[in-house]
Write a protein that binds this ligand. Structure first.
Ligand code: FAD
Length: 441
């Protein structure tokens, strides 16, 4: 019988942390497994560009942690971790207040025997002047919603008079300029999703083609190609797809400052913009560098081949951890696929820490199944690694898009199990058929 007193506390219920909590919860129950998250509901982070574009309704997509805790057998504690007392093995949480400022939970301390830090990453502005003040990021559902609301308000403001007032069309309307800084997966997927949203605007009286109204999207990348971490063929295919659909792609352009109505590059060239999204890099929350554990320049906790920090009671994984990529001369990338595999590994490794279960001394090994990027609802591009041959295969079109969706499905399967995932998928499909394509209200 497991020791009833051993508490595994996981901080961060994202792509990795929630999967781990659900898997461990099903095995050991709520007396052993505790999940802490600052939010009260979960959304799979790679869906945030769809929330931002309005093509995914957050109120239908998010999953309540309290409901998940009951279903999967872990205890959920809402609160934002602000620090750690390693001597007394306690996580300290900030108070939780309602949007109206009413305190719901006071500041608290949560005791642990084993702690797992999985608090993800946030946007790295690299100290670019004006970026924090004027650019929008896609780190959370709140930010994605903020982007969607600003987009809506600007579209109405920029719409020609015929749509706005029922008056004559304004052929002089300059249109809406959207700049996306950073053409990694987030930037590229957001650009593609905005194209999808643009196509649905006709139903809202804000159609871009009438009376000269337009939404212009510029994707700006500092490297010499977009998706520079992925194979070159993937970059060129994604760029051609985006350009053929009207996105302006600029490579080798480094943005030096951001203002309310324009961006400037290192050469002093100005790029007018009404709405700027910063997707140029990530870093872990700075709080991690104050825990007395080793961190890198991006505040990620440095972990060994078993995802342990130098403190034997503290593990870290996902975007907030720096782990070596076994057999490669680099670290594991910040990707949902990595967090997903690490969660499965830790489920076995941490089970061994609860007395009464078998010991394990295996190292984590990442198996790269390739990379997929969504370029809209019926398109994708990607490279898949042959499991047996180790060779990479190029995929595109609907097949790539369906494979991309299977990543999200794998997350739901890990969290909800087969029956509930099937029921949820069917329910969402039926709801989608009756709902508008783009959420603007
Ligand atoms: C728009 C977008 C598209 C992406 N597309 C892809 C893709 O196509 N493929 C891919 O592999 N990856 C993609 N990624 C990256 C992927 O989302 C991350 O690699 C993955 O989510 C990392 O998982 P995680 O569990 O480490 O962190 P997250 O999923 O970010 O979860 C972190 C959790 O910690 C919580 N938290 C944060 N701070 C605290 C705190 N102090 N206290 C308590 N809780 C806290 C957060 O609320 C959150 O629930 C994309 C990311 C974005 C933003």
């Amino acid at each position: 019988m497991p020791d009833q007193s051993h508490r595994v506390v996981i901080v961060g219920g994202g792509a990795g942390g929630l999967e781990l909590a659900a898997k461990l919860g099903r095995k050991f129950g709520p007396g052993h497994v505790f999940l802490i998250d600052k939010a009260e509901s979960h959304i799979w982070k790679p869906s945030l560009h769809e929330v931002a574009a309005g093509t995914l309704d957050i109120h239908r997509e998010d999953l309540s942690y309290f409901m998940l805790a009951r279903e999967s057998g872990f205890t959920f504690i809402q609160g934002e971790m602000q620090g750690l007392d390693r001597a007394s093995r306690e996580v300290s949480l900030l108070p939780v207040s309602s949007p109206a400022g009413l305190e719901i939970f006071p500041a608290r301390h949560v005791a642990y025997d084993t702690l797992v830090v999985a608090i993800g990453s946030k946007t790295n502005f690299f100290g670019t002047p004006g970026a924090r003040e004027h650019a929008i990021t896609l780190d959370s559902t709140e930010q994605a919603e903020r982007f969607r609301q600003r987009l809506l308000s600007l579209m109405v403001r920029h719409a020609p008079a015929v749509q706005r007032d029922g008056g004559p069309g304004d052929a002089e309307s300059p249109g809406l300029e959207i700049a996306i800084v950073g053409a990694g997966a987030t930037g590229v997927e957001l650009a593609a999703e905005l194209l999808e949203a643009r196509a649905g605007l006709v139903y809202y009286g804000l159609h871009e083609q009438s009376s000269g109204y337009g939404m212009r999207i510029t994707l700006i990348e500092g490297a010499d190609r977009i998706l520079s971490a992925l194979p070159p063929k993937l970059s060129s295919t994604a760029q051609s797809l985006l350009e053929s659909r009207g996105v302006k792609v600029l490579t080798g352009v480094r943005i030096a400052s951001v203002s309310e109505d324009h961006l400037s590059d290192k050469e002093g060239k100005r790029y007018p913009t009404d709405l700027c999204v910063w997707a140029a890099g990530i870093e872990a929350p700075s709080m991690l560098s104050e825990l007395g554990l080793e961190t890198n320049r991006a505040n990620q906790l440095v972990v060994d081949s078993r995802l342990r920090t130098a403190d034997p009671c503290i593990y870290a994984f996902g975007d907030c951890a720096q782990a070596r990529w076994a057999g490669q001369d680099t670290h594991l990338p910040a990707r949902a696929q990595v967090a997903h595999q690490q969660a499965s590994f830790l489920c076995t490794a941490l089970g061994a820490r609860i007395p009464g279960t078998a010991e394990t001394n295996q190292d984590f090994e990442f198996r790269d199944y390739g990379s997929l990027v969504s370029i809209g609802h019926n398109r994708g591009v990607g490279s898949l690694m042959g499991v047996m041959s180790g060779k990479s295969w190029f995929v595109e079109g609907l097949v790539a898009r369906l494979m991309y969706m299977s990543l999200h499905l794998a997350h739901h399967l890990a969290v909800l199990g087969f029956g509930r995932t099937a029921a949820l998928a069917l329910g969402r499909l039926l709801l989608k058929r009756g709902a508008p394509r783009v959420k603007l209200h």
